[in-house]
Ligand binder design. Sequence first.
Ligand SMILES: Cc1cc2nc3c(=O)[nH]c(=O)nc-3n(C[C@H](O)[C@H](O)[C@H](O)COP(=O)(O)OP(=O)(O)OC[C@H]3O[C@@H](n4cnc5c(N)ncnc54)[C@H](O)[C@@H]3O)c2cc1C
Length: 488
Amino acid sequence: MEYYDYIVIGAGASGLSFAALMEKKGFKVAVLEAHTLPGGCSSYFDREGFTFDAGATTLSGMAKGRPLNNLIKELDLQLELVSIDPGIISIIGDQKISHHKNTNQWIAELSEKFPGIDHQSLWEKLKKIERRGWNLSTIFKNIPMRSARSLLPFFSLKLPGAVLAIPKFFTSVKSELEKYNIKDQNYLDMINELLFITAQSQMETTPLLMGAMGLCYPEDTFYAMGGMKAFSDALAAKCSHLFFKEQVKKIEALKKGKEGFSITTITGKVFHGKKLISTIPIWNHAEMFEDQKARDFFSAKKIHDPKDCWSAFMIYLTIPINTSRVGLYFQIHCPENQVIPNCSTKSFFVSLSHPEDKSRSIKGRQVVTISTHTKPAEWIGLDKEQYKLKKIETENYILRILKQKFQLGEEDLQNKLTGTPKTFIKYTKRSFGLVGGIPHSLNRNPMELIFAKSPYKNFYMLGDTQFPGQGIAAVVMGSMNLVDYLAE
Ligand SMILES: Cc1cc2nc3c(=O)[nH]c(=O)nc-3n(C[C@H](O)[C@H](O)[C@H](O)COP(=O)(O)OP(=O)(O)OC[C@H]3O[C@@H](n4cnc5c(N)ncnc54)[C@H](O)[C@@H]3O)c2cc1C
C-alpha cells in the first residue's frame, strides 16, 4: 500500500497539470496512467523514426491571463512555442481562407473572399463576446461550483462587464448569423466546420458564448517545437510519482471518502489517497466501483448520453517538406459539400509538423496528423474484413482530396497509419472511444455545466467530459480552478 495526499487517475493534460501544480504546493501526488506514455488525447507515438501527435496538435489559450499562459509560467515549462499565423486555413473548393491573427487582416481576408457581408460588425461582436467569456471564466474560478464559497465572485467588481456574456449562453450562433443575412453557403460551411472542431456542435445548437470562443480560437494558435511530445513530456517531468501501465480497476471509498480512497490497479498494486481526482471520462467510472451507490450515480441517466458525443477517424503520414506552403493547420472541406464516408463531417483537419522542427521534420519530410469526426457505432462490432474495408474507403477518400489540395503524388505519402474509435479505446481507454468532450449545445442543461457532482466527499472529477469546455486550454483551466479551490 502506498500513501498519498492525492491520487490522480489519468496522465492527460488535465491530470498532469493538476498533479504538477499540487506537487509544487508541497503535496504528495500519485498519477496512475494506463498507457506507457503521458498525454492521453494529446499524446504521441514513434513510428519508423517519426514522432506523430496522436490526437491534439495545436496549443491555444496562450494569450496573457489565459490558461496555458498561466500554466506554463506557473510551472516554468521549458517549451519553444511558435505562434502560427494564419492560425487555420480553411480550404473550400478553390478558395483558401486564411484566419489571420490580426483582426483587421482577418476582416480584410473575409471581405475579399465573401463580399457583401458586414464582417467588421460580426467579428467585432464575436471578439467582444469571446473576451467576456474568458473574463467570466477568470472571475468564476470555481465553475464547476463545489460549495457556497463558489458564489463569492457574484460580488466581484469586475462582474458587471463579464456578466453581459451570460445571455449569449442561451442564444445560438445561427440566430446571431441570421441578423447578417448571410447567404453564401461556403461561408456558412466554414463557420459550421470550425464550430465542429471547437464546440463539437453546429451553428443551430452551439450557444453563442462558446461559439464565439471557438470561432476566435485561430487567433491564438501555437505550435510547440517537438510537438505534443514536448508539451506532455514537460508536464510529466513535473510529476515525481507518475506510474505508467497502472490502469485503475477498482476504487473503494473508505467511510464514504471521509477516510480517503483505496485504489487497485491492473497490476494488483494498491494505492491509498486522502483525496481522489479522476480525469477519465464520466462513462468510465461505473465499472470501477463495487459500491452500488457509486455505480448508480455513474450509470444513471443523470450523466450525459454518450450517443451525442464524438469519436475521431485519424490518418497519420509523412509528406515531403514544403517551405513555401503557408500555415501548419488546414481545415479541408470535401467537394460538393459531401460527408466523408463512414464519418460525420464535411471536412477534415490537417496538421503539419513545423518545417524547422528538427526533432519531427526529419529526412526531408513533415509529419502529418489528419482527424475528422465519426461515431463509434460506425466501427465497433464489425468483423475484421468489414472493418478493414471501411478504413480503406475512408482513408482513400480523404487522401485523394489531400493529394489534390496539396498537389502531392501517391509516392509523396509515406509512413501511413489509420486510427478509429477502436484505436482510442485501446490507447486512451476512453469509453466507446469518445473524445473531444461533451458537445456544447443549447439542448444541454446549463446546471450540468455549473455544478460538479461526485458520489463521495474528497472525490473530484476533471477532464473534458466534466469541465464545461473542450480542448487542452479548457481542461487545464478546470485543473487550475480545482487546485485553487483545494489549496486555499
Ligand atoms: C483528434 C483530436 C484532436 C484534438 N485537437 C486538439 C487541439 O488541436 N487542441 C486542443 O487544445 N485540443 C484538442 N483536442 C482535445 C484535447 O486533446 C482533449 O480535450 C484533452 O487532451 C483531454 O485531456 P484530458 O486529460 O481531459 O483527457 P485524456 O487526454 O483522455 O486523458 C485521460 C488519461 O487517462 C488515462 N486512463 C483512462 N482510463 C484509465 C484508467 N482506468 N486508469 C488509469 N489511466 C486511465 C488515459 O490513458 C489518458 O492518458 C483534440 C482531441 C482529439 C481526439
